[in-house]
Write a protein that binds this ligand. Structure first.
Ligand SMILES: C[S@@+](CC[C@H](N)C(=O)[O-])C[C@H]1O[C@@H](n2cnc3c(N)ncnc32)[C@H](O)[C@@H]1O
Length: 219
């Protein structure tokens, strides 16, 4: 893998001057926005409607949680689509840039921001319509080197995500698992804890690389 294509490192690539470099990178902005647009499309994917009596369709009043909102590229696209958005990020260096945009730009004014860990969300049960997470979910096991610890953390987080979602809530996660083993533990954390769905890979032959998990809460 060339240096240009290396996977980012958490937290090193998102703190101090790196947060500013991230926020001013046009290619980063383009990629985040492109993945978010795809995720919005996947949120209302008909294949997730199979067994639902009421078909979930786009509704502007939806409250969407953007997990790992970074400097707000994904949130901006969600806002542009008319959704109400709550952005969550663990790093003050990143989320403070969204706060600044909220202060300056009219279109950011209604976003709510929470400085928090995705694994310990300070959010009440049954209030979120849908969740998206773009290029952030890989990092939530940061600091856990032991396989068992990673699995437990992922399971606990998926269970909590289920609780905060309303009925028919959906979750789209775009992430970059490093191999099949990692992909499996992330996917199973949802499938074994009250979600159903499927995944889409940019390149079906690839073992790692960009992957979308399309999930819906089981009743
Ligand atoms: C690639 S960046 C942000 C991408 C975001 N979609 C955007 O548009 O800027 C990944 C973000 O995930 C955040 N992150 C990593 N681990 C986290 C955790 N456990 N809880 C909350 N945020 C986390 C990082 O702080 C970083 O801002």
């Amino acid at each position: 893998m060339t240096r240009k294509n290396r996977l980012p490192k958490f937290p090193d690539d998102y703190i101090d001057t790196k947060a500013g470099e991230y926020d001013s990178s046009k290619s980063m902005e383009r990629n985040q926005k492109r993945s978010t647009l795809l995720s919005i499309q996947y949120l209302f994917d008909n294949k997730l409607n199979d067994k639902e009596e009421t078909i979930v369709q786009k509704n502007d009043s939806f409250l969407i949680l953007d997990l790992g909102c970074g400097t707000g590229f994904s949130s901006e696209i969600l806002i542009e689509h008319g959704f109400r958005v709550i952005g969550v990020d663990i790093l003050i260096d990143m989320i403070s840039r969204v706060r600044e945009k909220k202060r300056i730009y009219e279109n950011y004014k209604d976003i709510e921001l929470i400085l928090a860990d995705i694994n310990f969300l300070p959010i009440k049960a049954n209030i979120i319509n849908h969740i998206i997470s773009i290029s952030s979910y890989n990092f939530i096991t940061y600091g856990k080197s032991n396989y068992g610890e990673k699995v437990k953390l992922l399971n606990d987080t998926a269970k909590y995500i289920k609780q905060i979602l309303k009925q028919q809530g959906r979750v789209i996660i775009e992430f970059f698992p490093k191999d099949d083993k990692e992909l499996n533990i992330f996917n199973k954390s949802f499938i074994n804890n009250g979600f159903e769905g499927f995944m889409i890979k940019n390149n079906p032959k690839q073992k790692s690389g960009q992957t979308f998990l399309l999930l819906k809460k089981k009743e």
